[in-house]
Write a protein that binds this ligand. Structure first.
Ligand SMILES: *Cc1c(COP(=O)(O)O)cnc(C)c1O
Length: 457
C-alpha cells in the first residue's frame, strides 16, 4: 500500500486558540464596523487574514535568533543574509528593510517620478500605492486568463506579452522598470511560468526597461514551475530559483511570506547604481544600510528561512494543505479561483452572493458572513481593496470580487481546513437569505480597506 502524505515537520510548541458564540461575534463585528481588520485577534478562532508574518518559525530559525549580531553597522547577521541571497538569487547588492512595502518605498523613492508608467502583472496593493502616491501610473498587464476564475490553466499569473509591449511602445523613455510579481498575489496566488518570466524580461530589455521581481512568494512560484512546467521536473527548487532570478535586474521581497519570518524584507539587485541610489533613502526611512529597520536576529532568521523554504518537502507540505482545502470546497460546490493558488484560496463571492449588488460589496459581505458563521477571519480582495480611481474617484468595479482565505505557513492542521470548508458550506446553504451587503460610512484616501468603516444594509 502506498503511504499517505504527511507533513515534513513535527510540532515542538503550540498556542491555544479559542472558539466564541455567534452572539459574541455579532457584537464584535459591529464594534469593528464590519471590517475584519478592526477585530481583535483574540476574537478570531481561525485566522486566515493573511499568510504574511503569521508563519511558524522552525527550531533552526529560533536558534539563529539567538546568534543574531546586534552591532549597529556591519553585523555578521547582515553578511549571513547577504551571502544567502547571493547564493539563492545571484544578486551582489542587498539592502534589508523592515518589510516588503518598505523595500518598495526605498527603491521607488529613487526610481519613480511623477508621470512614470510602471507595467506589472497585477501590482500588489502596496506596490500600486507606492506608485500612485508618487503620481505615476501602475498598468496591469496580466493575461486575460486570470479574469475567468473557472478556467484551469497552469500559469494564470502570467504576463500578457501583447499588453506589456503596448505599454512599452506607447511610453518610450517613461517606464523606469516593470514589476513582475511571483506568484501573482492579486489574481489569486497564481504562478508565472519560467518561459513567461524569460520572455517578459527579454521584451522589457529590448525596450531598455529593467525588471523588478516582486518576490514575496518566489519559492512557491518555483514549486509550481517544478510541478507544472515541462523540463523542470528534475531540477531542485534552488536551481529553479537561481534561473528565475537570472533574468531580472532586482528583487523587492516581503520576507514575511516565503522566508517564513514574522517581520522583514529586502531589496536585492545586480545594479550598482540602483543600490547606491536606494541607499540614500534607506538611511532616513529604515536605518543604516546593514540593518534596514531590523534587528540582527531578524536578519539571521530571514537567512535561515530562505534556505529551508527553498527545499521541496517544505513547499510540498504547504501547498498540499492549500490543495486539500480546495478539494473540500470542490466537494461542497463552492466556487473559487481555479486552480488553487499557492498561499490561499480565493473564493468567488460574486458567484455565491449573487443577490448582493456590486455597489454593496459582495466579497466584503461574504467575509463578514464567514466570520459570523465560525469565527474565521478571511480577507476581502475585491471591490473594497480595488479602491477608487485616483482621477475620477469612482469605485473600481472592473476586476474580481474575491474572499481570500490565506493559509499561514506551518500553523494550522488539516482538521482546521475541514472546519473552514464546513463553515463556508453553511454560508453557501443559506445564501438565498443574504440579499443586502454593506455601505461605506468612512474611508481613507489611500488603501482604504485597512481602516474602512461600514454599515450593514
Ligand atoms: C505582502 C506583499 C508585499 C508587501 O509586503 P509587506 O511585507 O506586507 O510590506 C508586496 N508584494 C506582494 C506580492 C506581497 O504579497
Amino acid at each position: 500500500m502506498e503511504l499517505p502524505f504527511a507533513e515534513s515537520w513535527k510540532i515542538k510548541m503550540v498556542e491555544p486558540i479559542v472558539k466564541s458564540t455567534r452572539e459574541q461575534r455579532e457584537q464584535w463585528l459591529k464594534e469593528a464596523h464590519y471590517n475584519v481588520f478592526q477585530l481583535k485577534a483574540e476574537q478570531v478562532y481561525i485566522d486566515l487574514l493573511t499568510d504574511s508574518g503569521t508563519g511558524a518559525m522552525s527550531d533552526r530559525q529560533w536558534a539563529q535568533m539567538m546568534l543574531g549580531d546586534e552591532s549597529y553597522a556591519g553585523a555578521t547577521s547582515f553578511f549571513h543574509l547577504k551571502d544567502m541571497i547571493k547564493n539563492l538569487m545571484g544578486f551582489d547588492y542587498v539592502i534589508p528593510t523592515h518589510q516588503g512595502r518598505a523595500a518598495e518605498n526605498v527603491l521607488f523613492s529613487f526610481l519613480v517620478k511623477e508621470g512614470h508608467v510602471i507595467p506589472g502583472n497585477a501590482h500588489f496593493d502596496t506596490t500600486k500605492g507606492h506608485i500612485e502616491s508618487r503620481h505615476a501610473h501602475a498598468i496591469d498587464v496580466t493575461t486575460d486568463d486570470a479574469k475567468n476564475t473557472q478556467l484551469e490553466v497552469p500559469f494564470k499569473g502570467n504576463v500578457s506579452l501583447e499588453k506589456l509591449e503596448k505599454v512599452l511602445k506607447e511610453s518610450p523613455g517613461n517606464v523606469p522598470f516593470m514589476v513582475l510579481t511571483v506568484t501573482n498575489n492579486t489574481v489569486g496566488g497564481q504562478p508565472v511560468s519560467m518561459q513567461n518570466i524569460r520572455e517578459t524580461c527579454e521584451l522589457c530589455h529590448r525596450y531598455n526597461v529593467p525588471v523588478v521581481m516582486d518576490s514575496a512568494r518566489f519559492a512557491e512560484n518555483a514549486y509550481f514551475i517544478k510541478m507544472r512546467e515541462p523540463g523542470f521536473e528534475n531540477m531542485t527548487i534552488k536551481e529553479i530559483v537561481k534561473q528565475m532570478y537570472s533574468y531580472v535586474d532586482a528583487a523587492t521581497m516581503s520576507a514575511k511570506k516565503d522566508a517564513i519570518v514574522n517581520i522583514g524584507g529586502f531589496i536585492a539587485t545586480s545594479r550598482k547604481e540602483w543600490y547606491e541610489g536606494a541607499k540614500g533613502f534607506c538611511i532616513p526611512f529604515e536605518g543604516y544600510v546593514t540593518y534596514g529597520g531590523l534587528a540582527g536576529r531578524d536578519l539571521n532568521a530571514i537567512a535561515q528561512g530562505l534556505d529551508e523554504n527553498t527545499e521541496f518537502d517544505m513547499l510540498h507540505t504547504r501547498i498540499h494543505q492549500v490543495q486539500y482545502l480546495a478539494s473540500l470546497l470542490d466537494e461542497y460546490g463552492i466556487p473559487y479561483q481555479r486552480p488553487a493558488g499557492g498561499h490561499a484560496i480565493f473564493v468567488d463571492a460574486s458567484q455565491i452572493l449573487t443577490q448582493v449588488p456590486k455597489e454593496e460589496f459582495p466579497a466584503q459581505t461574504l467575509t463578514c458572513e464567514l466570520y459570523l458563521e465560525a469565527g474565521i477571519r478571511g480577507c476581502e480582495i475585491g471591490y473594497m481593496l480595488a479602491d477608487r480611481d485616483p482621477e475620477t474617484r469612482e469605485n473600481r468595479f472592473g476586476g474580481l470580487d474575491l474572499l481570500r482565505l490565506a493559509i499561514p505557513r506551518r500553523v494550522y492542521t488539516d482538521n482546521h481546513m475541514a472546519v473552514i470548508a464546513a463553515a463556508l458550506k453553511n454560508v453557501m446553504d443559506r445564501r438565498e437569505t443574504i440579499t443586502r451587503g454593506v455601505a461605506i460610512e468612512w474611508e481613507a484616501p489611500l488603501m482604504r480597506h485597512f481602516t474602512v468603516q461600514l454599515r450593514r444594509l
